[in-house]
Write a protein that binds this ligand. Structure first.
Ligand SMILES: [Fe+2]
Ligand SMILES: [Fe+2]
Length: 349
């Protein structure tokens, strides 16, 4: 229900070329308690006033010079196609025009001369429907916003959980957690540079951190060995790709599928000399090829317990050098093109 207070505070717009009619209407409405009344005798101002005031009731004359009531209704229905137009026609014209008025979007019709009470009751009915309509509309907008907020929250939480999980894996590897952060951002930038959509770029940003998740299952004696690995130990390290993919496999989620594809393919090389499968060129999933560039770039340009960090330029040169052997040449080129963006992430982190 709509309270009387709200009904009487409703915004009313009256359009009639006859000043006397306007005065009478205003008096009736004011005496009844309505406090928010705008009037005009110039029908060409009706549309701009409607737009400005967004009235809860439009009292509209039909027969007016320059722009008649039908033209106004027609324009309003075009400008507000999904709105409840609160139009009450007041006309001295023949009764037959009543049907045309109702067909043209008027909610009700009053024949002049009219009873005062009739104007008030019909006005009230239209205002009530209009306010209820607005209530529902606002409520729907609120619900939409709430759903939107919830989805965002779920997405953010998912991203955070994944990043923490990935950090856990990296910490085992004597890392600091920063590698996956930078590497996933480089991956996203590179993806966008070669034409990924914003959503696809975001998907890569959130899945790339899991590329080394399989390291969780590699024994400490090998993963944390301070000396160089022998051939057998290196074979075990290589299994972090297949182990990671196994951890992420079997899901219908686009997200986990991409993470799986990255985990299995981020050590493959363009010329087929990588692992675990030794596939080459475009046989390697694109997400894996992108992450390979980002992963190696960050590994080289940051310090590890066993090596110093290469400078930004040294690392860029090395990436260029590995074009066509390790990396997809198209990606290396795109990576050079976005050098400034890469540098910004590199400098900040
Ligand atoms: Fe890896
Ligand atoms: Fe990595």
């Amino acid at each position: 229900m709509i309270s009387d207070e709200k009904i009487f505070a409703a915004r009313i717009l009256a359009v009639d070329d006859n000043i006397l009619n306007i005065q009478i209407l205003k008096k009736i409405l004011t005496n009844a308690g309505f406090i928010n009344i705008t009037t005009t005798t110039d029908p060409t101002k009706a549309l701009s006033l409607y737009k400005e005031i967004q009235p809860d009731l439009l009292l509209l004359d039909l027969n007016m010079p320059n722009m008649d009531g039908f033209a106004i209704m027609f324009q309003l229905s075009i400008l507000n196609p999904n709105d409840y137009l609160p139009i009450l026609i007041l006309s001295a014209e023949d009764e037959s025009i009543r049907f045309k008025s109702l067909q043209s979007g008027a909610k009700d019709f009053l024949h002049k001369p009219y009873e005062h009470l009739d104007v008030l009751l019909k006005s009230r009915n239209i205002i009530e429907v209009r306010l209820l309509y607005n209530q529902i509309k606002n409520h729907n907008a609120d619900l939409e916003q709430q759903v939107h907020d919830r989805i965002k929250e779920i997405r953010d939480t998912r991203l955070e959980v994944i990043q923490r999980l990935a950090v856990a894996a990296e910490l085992r590897d004597a890392g600091t957690g920063r590698h996956i952060y930078r590497m996933s951002r480089y991956s996203q930038l590179l993806a966008l540079a070669i034409g990924f959509t914003k959503e696809q770029g975001e998907l890569l940003l959130t899945t790339a951190p899991l590329h080394d998740i399989g390291k969780i299952a590699i024994p400490d004696t090998i993963l944390l060995k301070p000396a160089a690995l022998d051939e057998q130990e290196f074979e075990i390290i290589k299994t972090h790709t297949t182990l990671g993919a196994k951890m992420l496999s079997g899901s219908d989620s686009v997200f986990l599928k991409m993470a799986e594809s990255i985990a299995i393919s981020h050590h493959e090389k363009w010329d087929g000399s990588g692992y675990p499968f030794g596939i080459k060129g475009e046989e390697i999933p694109l997400a894996g090829r992108i992450c390979a560039v980002a992963d190696v770039f960050d590994a080289l340009s940051s310090a590890r317990p066993y090596k110093k960090a290469w400078t930004f330029e040294e690392t860029m040169t090395e990436i260029r050098y590995l074009k066509t052997t390790h990396f997809d040449p198209r990606l290396v080129e795109a990576f050079q093109d976005i050098k400034q963006d890469i540098k910004a992430v590199y400098d900040k982190n």
